[in-house]
Write a new protein. Structure first.
Length: 471
């Protein structure tokens, strides 16, 4: 057997390159939301259950930043010592995934990527039961040879700290320091709005978030639901389209409907001038394990402009939908690696998307049929109440859902919406045939134009006689 004169190639990654590439494709706001995700995951490890009306009550996270530093602290249970290896490792071994908790993390890079995105120096202090320790990341560690991936661990300097985690990042990256500066209030508003919308369901369930001392108020999507018959006493009423199913350990609940009355032409004009109505609250919100990974999307990604559904237009400004995916195995959720987007190639999502389009058509058709009669339609919509997703779920138990056997099987409620009654026509057609020479004589008598059609001549004859008869 011939000997191999070649030695194995060293393919270990260079840490600085790894860090740079890891952070390149994630937005700063999304990186901070990754840190909030870790807080919520800590609550789930404490509670083991996110069901119930207020499962996150009593837990909080506080975010503070300026041009010099960033910190996030929580009381969400800390990082157990038996988790420390894969909590701080660059990537997660599939066998270490928390398969019994409804988290969203799959790849084990969220916290580390967020830290490197923000700065070069970091101290992570955590306490879980009797374990109280600190882990430090320094600029020197990032530049060290790739063989040394170990991070130093110390006993905590704050042994009396409540169970939770505090992350303090210094030596901010230059661009991040600019974002965090006092003169850049836009970033604070952007971050606050993202937490209000993407964490709306968790905030509604009791979790509290502060950003630079200001508590964030949830902004959940609410759909109009009329549990009783409509104002005309018929069986029709404004209710959302609903679909629910369970597939391979993933529960899916979908609801789409109206958030407000359909706009009049003036409302559409106002929206274009950024006045009364706003498209910002229209479209689809996708939730994975209580966290919104897509908010108010109005593109083909969520079915607009596909398979008979019109492209989004301001006339559809009142239509919103919510799809909720729940699973204890985060790898089965149709999310991207940043956890702030949808994997459009996911087989599960593609099948659910068919129901999203079906539901949208119900409400785009309604909007088109009531176009020009927004005032009467408003009476129907105003007779209902805005329901949160959880309230819709509760009410669904009293609705008759039909089985769906085509495609992804499940159960569906297709609402019977009130449509405008066709107005009875008071007009009748008069038709008769006359010689063309006689028609031309009458044509010359009534008009100076030889190109006038015979039908127009007949219509004018009727109008002349009608006027005489009415005198």
């Amino acid at each position: 057997m011939p000997t191999n004169k070649y030695e194995p190639v060293d393919a270990k990654p260079v840490k600085s390159f790894f860090v740079e590439m890891l952070t390149r494709d994630i937005d700063l706001v999304d990186a901070i939301l990754d840190l909030l995700d870790n807080c919520v995951d800590g609550i789930l490890r404490q509670r083991k259950d996110s069901s119930g009306e207020k499962p996150y009550e009593g837990f909080n996270a506080k975010i503070t930043f300026d041009e010099n530093s960033f910190s996030i602290s929580d009381n969400c249970g800390g990082i157990p010592w038996d988790m420390h290896e894969y909590a701080f490792r660059m990537g997660k071994d599939p066998k270490d995934r928390e398969g019994d908790l409804p988290t969203v993390g799959v790849y084990g890079i969220g916290m580390k990527r967020a830290i490197f995105k923000i700065g070069k120096q970091c101290l992570i202090s955590t306490r879980n039961q009797d374990d109280c320790y600190e882990v430090e990341i320094t600029p020197k560690w990032i530049l060290e040879e790739p063989d040394n991936w170990s991070l130093p661990v110390y006993e905590s300097s704050q042994p009396d700290k409540e169970e939770g985690t505090t992350i303090v990042i210094d030596e901010l990256n230059e661009s991040i320091a600019i974002h965090f500066g006092k003169e850049n209030e836009n970033f604070t508003r952007e971050l606050t709005e993202k937490v209000r919308t993407h964490y709306a369901f968790i905030l509604d369930k009791g979790f509290e978030v502060e950003i630079n001392g200001e508590r964030v108020v949830a902004k959940p999507t609410r759909l109009i639901f009329n549990e009783t018959e409509n104002i005309e006493g018929t069986d029709t009423a404004i209710r959302p389209y609903i679909y629910q199913t369970e597939n391979d350990g993933v529960k899916v609940f979908l609801s789409v409907g109206f958030t407000r009355p359909i706009p009049s032409q003036q409302d559409v004009n106002d929206e274009q001038e950024e006045k009364k109505y706003s498209s910002m609250d229209a479209g689809w919100t996708i939730i994975c394990n209580d966290r919104a990974v897509l908010y108010c999307d109005r593109t083909e990604l969520t079915g607009w402009g596909e398979a008979g559904v019109p492209r989004y237009h301001t006339q559809f400004i009142a239509i919103s939908g919510i799809v909720e995916f729940q699973s204890n195995d985060a790898s089965k959720l149709p999310t991207t690696t940043t956890k702030r987007g949808i994997d459009a190639s996911s087989s599960l999502y593609l099948q659910v998307k068919n129901r999203m389009r079906e539901g949208m058509q119900v409400f785009t058709d309604y909007t088109n049929k009531w176009k020009g009669n927004a005032i009467e339609s408003k009476e129907h919509i105003d007779s209902g109440k805005p329901y949160t997703l959880d309230e819709i779920k509760e009410t669904t138990e009293n609705l008759k859902l039909n089985s769906v056997r085509a495609g992804l099987r499940g159960r569906r409620f297709n609402p019977d919406l009130p449509f405008p009654k066709p107005k009875k026509s008071t007009k009748r057609q008069i038709a008769y045939r006359k010689d063309i020479d006689d028609i031309q004589i009458v044509q010359s008598h009534l008009f100076n134009d030889k190109e006038v059609s015979p039908s127009k001549v007949g219509e004018e004859c009727f109008d002349v006689i009608l006027e005489e008869a009415q005198q």
